[in-house]
Design a protein around this ligand. Structure first.
Ligand code: SF4
Length: 473
């Protein structure tokens, strides 16, 4: 059953007098379990929709339409499926006490995987659930594999069903679906020979496995060493070697490198991030794979557009500890072109603890603590990845409030440095409406990916090594 959340003006639904809050039970006799069922079943031209209105009156709507004509029914958000695991590195366990409610959601929902690209483990799906994925062609899916050895995966996910992953992937691939796989690397658990095996066995599944990204585990002060520890630099270096070991073969056989290391692995290893060619067609940019290269290359492409801006006497680039050296490298170029001092403000993450260094997980309170001494003439750039769709930081601080507290400085957030400096981002206007100070609040810059509202925010998880993005379970 789905509930109607909105009825489009002038739509078929409006002409049928369908009401917000009505329940849709079946379409052409098939049960409607959720929004994806509804979209799938209503693709037909001839429809019989069984509805119960908010007063409890049941009726059937018969519709004949051109498939390009929208019904005008927006279903309410589905209840999110929660996970059946107790992963040893679970990002939920890394939340501070008192964190906002959405951050406690242990989601593992294939619908979010299909619509937002969040990763799922498949442990909460039986044969019928997998068949549904195939029947409705929900592809590509993003699957947290972590390890293909059944015993290792069961230990990691603390779920007896976790060992079925290769059989499940076989089933999905034979059904014609495609999969992006992910391994969150936990030293001593699924690295070394286990990672070699995972890479080998996933590659052997064939071209339906579109990619494998390897991401270092992210831990906060609340779950560090309980029981998983962080990757050391030498271990990150070894993992990089393992990911590269398959790339030559994959390039020759499949025309792409296939196995990609997340940006964080390069940062931990103290290595330069690779050139754009490493990332092929950037399949996992939003998963923290290539975001840093994208940022640096975007700056190179756009830097000639920078020049003095009236009223800007100082630029302050706010970021997390891992990005500081990279932004420090850009600062002199910005300073020369804009004709004013440029300062990088490194924010220590007190909210999650120092082990969390990515810009995308900075709390508003920590930013306020670090960006002291704001004055008129300042242009403060904040990482756009640190904000969700409601323009709220992970600790619940609203962007508009933070910008108001930094007044009279101008504050922006965004994803690309040049565009944000120039105020080219659409986020500027959205922020301006919420400004506490009433001044034009603009948006800011950052390093990587996206936030997609609270449900997906929880799905992305606050402690994955990558700078936000598709790295949850
Ligand atoms: S990491 Fe994800 S799948 Fe694992 S226990 Fe936590 S919420 Fe569940």
């Amino acid at each position: 059953m789905v509930r109607i959340a909105e009825v489009g003006a002038g739509s078929i639904a409006e002409s049928l007098e369908l009401r917000i809050g009505s329940r849709i039970l079946t379409v052409n006799g098939a049960r409607v379990r959720d929004g994806i069922d509804f979209a799938f079943l209503t693709a037909e031209e001839e429809l019989e929709i069984a509805v119960v209105d908010p007063d409890g009156t049941a009726f059937v709507c018969e519709i004949s339409r051109d498939p390009s004509e929208s019904l005008g029914i927006v279903p309410a958000r589905d209840k999110i499926r929660e996970c059946a695991n107790e992963c040893v590195f679970c990002f939920i366990d890394g939340n501070p006490p008192g964190a906002r409610d959405p951050l406690w959601l242990r989601d593992d929902d294939f619908r979010l995987s299909f619509t937002y690209g969040s990763y799922v483990t498949l442990t909460n799906l039986g044969p019928r659930g997998l068949q549904r994925l195939v029947d409705q062609r929900l592809s590509p899916l993003y699957v947290s594999v972590h390890a293909t050895d059944p015993e290792v995966r069961v230990r990691l996910l603390k779920n007896g069903r976790a060992g079925q992953i290769l059989d499940q992937l076989h089933f999905l691939l034979e059904g014609g679906l495609q999969v992006h796989a992910q391994a969150v690397l936990c030293p001593g658990w699924n690295d070394g020979a286990e990672l070699d095996r995972t890479i080998r066995e996933l590659y052997a599944l064939g071209e339906g496995v579109l990619s494998l990204s390897v991401v270092p585990v992210g831990l906060t002060r609340y779950n560090l060493n309980r029981p998983v520890r962080l990757l050391r630099a030498d271990e990150a270096e070894e993992v990089l070697g393992q990911t590269e070991s398959i790339q030559g073969r994959a390039l020759a056989e499949r025309g792409k490198r296939w196995c990609y290391a997340a940006d964080e692995l390069f940062l931990i290893a103290g290595r330069e991030v690779p050139g754009a060619g490493y990332y092929d067609d950037w399949p996992l940019l939003e998963n923290g794979v290539g975001a840093l290269r994208d940022l640096l290359d975007g700056f190179e492409r756009g830097k000639d557009r920078l020049g003095p801006v009236e009223g800007v006497e100082r630029v302050r680039l706010v970021t997390g500890t891992s990005m500081r050296p990279w932004l420090a490298g850009l600062a002199p170029v910005i300073s020369r072109r804009m004709g004013c001092p440029v300062e990088v403000v490194e924010v220590e993450n007190r909210y999650f603890g120092r082990t969390v260094s990515v810009a995308g997980l900075l709390a508003g309170a920590d930013i306020l603590e670090s960006v002291r001494g704001s004055r008129r003439g300042d242009l403060v750039l904040l990482p756009g990845t640190a904000l969700n769709d409601d323009r709220v930081f992970i600790d619940g601080t609203a962007f508009a409030d933070l910008a108001g507290r930094l007044s009279p400085a101008r504050v922006r957030s965004g994803y690309q440095v040049v565009e944000t400096l120039l105020g080219d981002t659409g986020a500027d206007e959205a922020a301006a409406t919420g400004s506490r100070s009433g001044m034009a609040i603009e948006a800011l810059v950052t390093v990587a990916a996206q936030s997609t509202g609270d449900a997906a925010e929880a799905a992305h998880g606050p402690v994955d090594g990558a700078a936000a993005g598709r790295t949850a379970p």
